[in-house]
Write a protein that binds this ligand. Structure first.
Ligand SMILES: [Cu+2]
Length: 592
């Protein structure tokens, strides 16, 4: 059966379709120079652009996805300022490729769908939409709704139109499709791009005047799935497949990885991991903005010179400047490795190698747990110091106006109105058959564990605008999960029961796996911020390992308007000021 599907793909690529397939979402060769995505910049407060979502099958059966702008640039970086208007015209040019009978049917061959793109909620392999990961914009159609918004091939260009909030922290955000059940396939194929809210130099003086680079790291199906590991690697236990069909974590950091990685679409394939090339001027200081747009792969980034990890000057995580809340506001946090779950971003200052020294950008292994994927040690790019390295396309302003301090109380100092408990868990569909399919759950404690149902109109959680809540998220499974919520950032208070009380915000956080022995499951405690005057309505939270999300690890939350309604003028009222005196109530559905 497998043979016939492959044969059809090969035949298609011998037909005139092949040239078509190669010209759709073209990709550089391994080892190439890392080119940065084209920048689309707002002008006079408006960024208007066209994005066409396309896909094509390759000769090896892999399917590539990308966005192209009107000039044909692949997955451009959208650059906006706080307060800007963004207007995007999304065209769905996807073709049905997963079923041989309709393989490579051009999008225009589909009839115009009669479905309303704002309400249909169609989740199919050729549906698409956009999620603006990290932006605090409303969960409504034409802005950032992924529950009902679905654009079909042949539909008229679909308009996204939203205002970047005036108080959006400056940093790295991103866009990607969010079609439940098909997110993994579209992201693995490359459907993602960066979005930058300008002005980080206004928050972090150390970045003023620096040249900046944007690196999007994506994962993809193995290009050489049958190759044995490189001879230079230590011998590892026999290769095993995990329950999701990927190379299982073998705990050594070596062997076959679950997925290959690419940097700005330059693939770095197993087994030799030929690094891409990044050129810098000798000793040059740059701001690197790195997005982990992988579907399932964790990153643990380091920069090595002569095998020695270098100090990276961390300035922002998940689009939010570090030390937002303390006297170190303008400082830089030195780190020699930085962990990034799928979906997360990091911005750091790198000092280029001296002339004659070659640096390496690597990702070190991540222990994803006994049920997790094999995320191995590997090179991503070599950093070549050369006096004639091209000038960076973008330089941050050299004498920026400092960002005004937020007039809103720091999230960490606002009392939560309640505490909710949620947990990640997994279940075999047939408990007696370890090879049976796995269901993935993200459950509010007290509710029945269920795979997320897109058609349900009943939210799992109802919260009140202008309040703040604490969520304790537990991992009862034997692999890592990455908790992400749309529309807002949160504060990480505790990690594995240890108080961390970070002084910055995140939108994606790793939740450690259960070791099978401890008396308690691992947890993170998050302070969730529902104070935003713009955020009312229903949206989702989920695991950002998209394989897990697609198979059910998601929930929905409805934020009801504050009473009296929040106006722009009183939006800054501290909910904590009203609620601080009230006791912080532990909240268990069904238990009280
Ligand atoms: Cu997960």
């Amino acid at each position: 059966m497998k043979f016939s599907v492959w044969a059809i793909v090969v035949v298609l690529c011998l037909a005139p379709f092949c040239a078509h397939a190669e010209s759709v979402c073209p990709r550089p060769e391994p080892g190439s120079m890392v080119q940065e995505p084209e920048d689309l910049r707002s002008q006079n407060g408006v960024l208007e652009a066209q994005l066409t979502a396309s896909n094509a099958a390759q000769a090896n059966g892999a399917i590539r996805y990308c966005y192209t702008d009107a000039a044909g640039h692949e997955s451009p970086t959208l650059r906006v300022h706080p307060g800007d208007l963004v207007v995007l015209h999304l065209i769905n040019a996807l073709t049905e490729l997963s079923h041989a009978s309709t393989a490579a049917m051009p999008a225009h061959a589909h009839a115009h769908s009669a479905a309303n793109p704002c309400t249909s909620g169609i989740m199919s392999p050729v549906s698409t939409n956009l999620h603006f990961h990290g932006l605090t914009i409303p969960p409504v159609c034409h802005q950032d709704d992924v529950m009902k918004t679905s654009v079909q091939p042949g539909d008229a260009p679909f308009e996204y139109r939203f205002k970047v909030p005036g108080n959006e922290p400056p940093g790295l955000y991103w866009y990607h499709p969010h079609i439940h059940g098909f997110s993994k396939e579209q992201l693995l194929g490359g459907a993602s791009g960066a979005l930058i809210v300008e002005g980080i130099e206004r928050a972090k003086k150390a970045t003023a005047g620096l040249p900046e680079r944007v690196f999007v790291i994506r994962d993809l199906d193995l290009i050489n799935p049958n190759a044995p590991p490189a001879k230079s690697e230590p011998v590892v236990p026999k290769f095993l497949i995990d329950r999701d069909g990927d190379a299982a974590n073998n705990g050594t950091g070596f062997g076959k990885p679950a997925k290959d990685l690419s940097i700005n679409y330059v693939p770095v394939p197993y087994p030799d991991y030929p690094p891409a090339t990044i050129k810098m001027k000798p000793g040059e200081k740059q701001l690197w903005r790195v997005l982990n747009a992988s579907a399932i792969t964790y990153l643990n980034l380091s920069v090595l010179f002569n095998r020695v990890p270098q100090s990276l000057g961390l300035v922002a995580m998940d689009g939010v400047p570090m030390n937002l809340n303390d006297s170190l506001k303008d400082s830089v946090d030195p780190q020699n490795h930085i962990g990034l779950p799928p979906g997360a971003r990091v911005e750091f200052i790198v000092n280029g190698p001296a002339e004659g020294v070659t640096g390496l950008l690597v990702t070190r292994t991540v222990d994803t747990g006994p049920g997790g994927e094999n995320d191995t040690n590997r090179m991503l790019a070599k950093i070549v110091a050369s006096p004639n390295a091209p000038e960076s396309r973008t330089k941050l302003e050299s004498s920026p106006q400092p960002l005004a301090p937020s007039s809103e109380a720091w999230l960490g100092s606002v009392a939560p109105v309640l505490v909710r408990h949620l947990y990640f868990s997994e279940k075999l569909t047939d408990p007696n058959d370890p090879t049976s399919a796995v269901e993935f759950y993200l459950t509010v404690d007290g509710q029945e564990p269920k795979m997320f149902d897109m058609s349900s109109d009943i939210p799992n959680i109802v919260a009140k605008q202008r309040t703040v809540e604490d969520w304790v998220i537990e991992n009862r499974s034997r692999e890592l999960h990455a908790f992400h919520i749309h529309q807002l950032h949160f504060l990480l208070l505790d990690y594995m029961g240890r108080q961390v009380n970070e002084d910055f915000l995140r939108d994606t956080v790793n939740v450690p796996y259960y070791d099978g022995r401890s008396l308690a499951y691992p947890t993170v405690r998050l302070r969730m911020d529902f104070r935003d005057p713009n955020i009312v309505g229903t949206f989702v939270y989920h695991c950002h390992l998209l394989e897990h999300e697609d198979k059910g690890m998601m929930g929905s939350i409805r934020v009801d308007p504050a009473s009296p309604p929040v106006s722009e003028n009183n939006a800054r009222t501290r909910c904590g000021a009203r609620d601080a005196g009230a006791p912080c109530k532990e909240f268990h559905l069904g238990k009280n």
